[in-house]
Design a protein around this ligand. Structure first.
Ligand code: NAD
Length: 266
């Protein structure tokens, strides 16, 4: 197969940079690094012979522009890792200021939504492909100190699972990874606490390896990642269905969608 083309948002540092490195090591990939950190992103792209495009994922036009740049430069797009994200100092819900709420949701949630909207048509033009979003364990469990961060990551999980369902028949796989704490700049405010507790952290390279597994994995899967464990898709339990006499096991009337209760209709 001729070279494939990957787009990595947040690819200048941390997990995104590790995915760039892992794809380059595999060979056979042209890589587009999309990030607001121009200095680091340019260096990362140069190292792998790829392309850096300054991209603020909170801006829908920027997502469209970087996908267009990938297609113009390399002729197609096969894989997108929608990974850019931030954490912020939060606290009790009634103390979180509006600017923080808007910034965290704009990058972590809107960024993934705009990324999907820009990438899906390009994958369609390529005849199929994959998208992996970086959610977090905070998308599967509550994080009382950072409720907005958790909100965005839960939303990414729901978004990915929902769109995956309708795109899988077009040979477009959409999935997410849900890393625990990984050694990147985002955890800097907690570094001293991690150091003193000896809590085991993931490396960005360990997360990247699972991103590449998810790329070829089942559509709609969400992959928790923890140090020392082999990653596997999270098994969602499903929800109870209605229990009305004569209506047992009926799925809701949603054309083209599978049973959103996950089959747990008992
Ligand atoms: N490190 C962890 O413990 C951890 C755990 C779970 C999930 N995550 C998620 O992993 C993803 C990557 O984070 P990381 O840990 O590598 O941190 P990081 O800070 O090293 O990397 C984040 C990257 O995103 C870029 N970025 C920030 N805002 C952007 C924007 N508006 N547009 C484009 N790029 C932007 C940054 O410049 C940076 O290169 C994030 O979505 C984060 O929420 C991280």
């Amino acid at each position: 197969m001729s070279e494939r083309v990957a787009l990595i948002t947040g690819g200048s540092n941390g997990i995104g940079e590790a995915v760039v490195t892992a794809l380059a090591a595999r060979g056979g990939w042209h890589i587009v690094v999309a990030d607001i950190d121009e200095a680091a992103g340019t260096a990362v792209a140069e190292r792998v012979g790829g392309l850096f495009v300054r991209t603020d994922v909170a801006d829908p036009e920027a997502s469209l522009a970087v996908v267009a740049a990938a297609e113009q430069t390399y002729g197609r797009l096969d894989f997108a890792h929608l990974n850019a994200g931030i954490a912020a100092s939060e606290g009790p819900v009634d103390t979180i200021d509006l600017a923080t709420y808007r910034r965290v949701t704009a990058i972590n949630l809107d960024g993934v939504f705009f990324g999907l909207q820009a990438v899906v048509p390009a994958l369609r033009r390529a005849g199929g492909g994959s998208i992996v979003a970086t959610a977090s364990l905070a998308g599967l469990v509550p994080t009382p100190a950072t409720p907005v961060y958790s909100l965005t990551k839960h939303a990414v999980v729901g978004l990915v699972r929902s769109v995956a369902e309708s795109l899988k028949d077009e040979n477009i796989r959409v999935s997410a990874v849900a890393p625990g704490f990984a050694q990147t700049a985002i955890i800097a405010p907690m570094q001293a606490a991690f150091d003193s507790s000896g809590f085991p952290l993931l490396t960005a390279a360990e997360v990247a390896a699972v991103v590449l597994e998810a790329m070829d994995g089942p559509p709609g899967s969400v992959w928790p990642i923890q140090p020392g464990r082999d990653a596997e898709p999270y098994r969602f339990r499903g929800v109870p269905g209605p229990r009305v006499q004569g209506k047992e096991g009926l799925a809701p009337p949603r054309e083209g969608a599978s049973d959103p209760t996950g089959g747990a209709t008992a």
